[in-house]
Design a protein around this ligand. Structure first.
Ligand code: PA5
Length: 454
């Protein structure tokens, strides 16, 4: 079971000893039907499908607007941009920037001309914010604040602090030039504030949910500011958009959705572990976890998404994956080519006994670790799905983003849930507002205080 598409290759061979062809074809039928629902836009949540056409419909003017902000801030010698947002208003940009950045960008002497991007508003840690401000106060800073609703507490708290600092340091007028807001076209506190203060703004389309928004300004602006090529990213995504628009047994999104639902339904594989072998993809795992976790985990259903970065995590989670409770399957993100080359040298003494590897690329060792682990995990009862891209670059990342978004929609429809809402996210907020005594929550405050006193 190896099928090819233009840029994302899916290999289901690591599942073949676990499932039969007949079972797989039964789930392919379900996946084809779910694909049809997504394609024809007849399912629940179909008012949130704007992400489907972003790759082909994003206007060049939007990219130029992002580049104008980049050039304006460069002309002011801005060397630090604080990107404020949480969940879908944060993870896509972070994933792309971490994947495309030099591992040691911060430590390199020649840092290049692009500003450093740091993230805030994705937690409520006081220490984090205090330490962020230590950094901001040493640098020439600007800020992008992102909130589709414009009312989320975490980014609002961080923004209040960063805004106050920028206004105190640069004056209100210049601070307004150093702040860009990305929010709803019409509503929300951030929109009102932006209108009042005259911030430059970008719109989060109202038919695109947070976790599907990486190819809107939510992802594009921070990625442009970090110096990366969003045209290439959109063109990779567009290639996937074309490939996934075919209702075919070779459509990798349909295949992936079919196999993961089969493993979940029939084999009790309730956990999916996204595995990568490059530390730059750690945040791909974080982005993917939100995408699938928030889209599928509802109505008492869903595959729990987890992630590991190997070989690092083979020395922590490897034991459990090999030998613990057999609840999981793995989806490996296989990168075929390394962007850099390091060859292992020969040592006359060979005390470390590594001369058998002399002349080999380190990536060859990584590939053999990956293959050896895959086989060991199959032997240990863990089905293996493999998704390959040629290399880590903006083009392939764009394709991967679109592939996972589309596959997520198909998969959630097979599961029988609305992929595009997130009712469960509200529960903690209600309790937090009640505990913080937010005006309007008086009844909930009284109820929660009574509960805590019991
Ligand atoms: O995917 C989602 O919809 C969520 O994760 C949101 O992105 C997150 O809650 C942040 O919301 P907002 O952008 O409204 O601040």
């Amino acid at each position: 079971m190896l099928f090819l598409s233009v840029m994302v290759k899916l290999n289901l061979g690591g599942c073949s000893s676990f499932v039969s062809e007949a079972e797989y074809s039964q789930y392919m039928d379900k996946a084809m039907a779910a694909w049809e629902v997504l394609d024809k836009e007849t399912g629940e949540g179909n008012d949130f499908l704007g992400w489907k056409i972003l790759p082909s419909e994003t206007p060049e003017t939007l990219i130029r607007d992002c580049e104008n902000i980049r050039d304006d801030w460069k002309s002011k010698d801005v060397d630090l941009v604080v990107v404020i947002g949480i969940g879908g208003s944060y993870l896509g940009a972070r994933c792309a920037i971490e994947a495309l950045s030099h591992n040691f960008a911060k430590q390199l002497k020649n840092k290049g001309r692009d500003p450093e991007i740091v993230f805030a508003g994705n937690n409520l840690s006081e220490e984090y914010l205090a330490e962020l401000m230590d950094l901001v106060s040493e640098r020439n800073a600007a800020c992008v604040v992102i909130s589709k609703s414009g009312t989320t507490t975490e980014p609002a708290v961080a923004f209040r602090i960063v805004k106050e600092y920028l206004e105190k340091t640069y004056g209100k007028k210049e601070a307004a030039e150093r702040i860009v807001a990305i929010t709803d076209a019409k509503k929300g506190a951030l929109k009102t504030l932006s209108n009042q203060e005259g911030y430059r703004t970008f719109i989060v389309p109202n038919n695109v949910g947070g976790r599907f928004s990486v190819l809107t300004p939510v992802g594009l602006l921070p990625i442009v500011l970090a110096g990366y090529d969003v045209r290439a990213m959109l063109s990779g995504a567009e290639e996937m958009q074309k490939a996934l628009s075919e209702k075919s047994v070779d459509n990798p999104a349909i295949q992936y959705a079919a196999m993961r639902n089969l493993l979940y339904d029939k084999y009790g594989k309730k956990v999916e572990v996204l595995v990568s072998y490059n530390p730059k993809l750690q945040y791909l795992g974080e982005w993917w976890k939100q995408l699938f976790g928030e889209s599928e985990g509802k109505d008492g259903k869903g595959i729990f998404p987890a992630s590991v970065v190997c070989t690092t995590d083979l020395h922590s989670m490897g034991q459990f994956i090999q030998d613990g409770d057999r609840v999981m399957f793995e989806t490996i993100v296989n990168v075929e080519k390394s962007n850099r080359s390091v060859v292992i040298g020969s040592d006359p003494q060979n005390l470390d006994q590594l001369n058998y590897l002399a002349g080999q690329h380190v990536e060859h060792c990584n590939a053999m670790a990956q293959l050896g682990t895959k086989l060991a995990h199959i032997d240990g009862g863990v089905p293996q799905i493999e998704i390959s891209i040629e290399r880590i670059d903006a083009y392939n990342l764009g394709g991967l983003f679109y592939f996972f978004e589309y596959a997520c929609g198909v998969s959630a429809y097979i599961l029988g849930v609305n992929p595009f809402n997130q009712p469960g996210v509200e529960a903690y907020k209600k309790n937090m507002f009640a505990l913080l005594k937010k005006p309007g929550f008086e009844a909930q405050t009284a109820a929660i205080e009574k509960r805590l006193a019991q």
